[in-house]
Write a protein that binds this ligand. Structure first.
Ligand SMILES: [Fe+2]
Ligand SMILES: [Fe+2]
Length: 127
């Protein structure tokens, strides 16, 4: 893996966090359900593509932590879909609590599983 690939992954994480923050702002400002749903749909689509590209990289390198990493991707996607139900149900307080939990989960994933993966890919073993 080249350093540029790591930069791409890091950049995608920054976009994910940016979208979550945007959604948090939309919830706090009690924006319309349509606006909140649009942001959340973008976040869900973006995250699906991002997870698929990480999974592809893991497979290409026969990464031994693939399953362990993927369990967290599955859980995060599930939380995003729960979040979508909440946004559609109009409950602002539930929405912002779920969003905080989702943000924490994602930040933890990036700081642990994703960091482990990029470190592995940058090491001799991942080449
Ligand atoms: Fe990941
Ligand atoms: Fe990631």
């Amino acid at each position: 893996m080249h350093h540029s690939e790591k930069s791409t992954i890091d950049g995608e994480h920054a976009i994910q966090i940016g979208m979550i923050n945007l959604l948090g702002q939309a919830i706090a400002e009690k924006q319309s359900i349509t606006d909140k749903t649009n942001i959340l749909d973008q976040l869900i689509n973006y995250t699906e593509v991002h997870f698929m590209s990480e999974q592809l990289i893991m497979r290409q390198h026969s990464y031994e932590g693939y399953n362990e990493h993927n369990v967290e991707h599955d859980n995060l996607m599930e939380q995003l879909l729960i979040m979508k139900d909440s946004v559609l149900s109009k409950e602002t307080s539930v929405g912002s609590q779920l969003l905080n939990e989702l943000r924490d989960l994602l930040i933890t994933h990036i700081a642990t599983q994703d960091r482990k993966l990029t470190n592995y890919l940058l090491s001799a073993r991942g080449n």
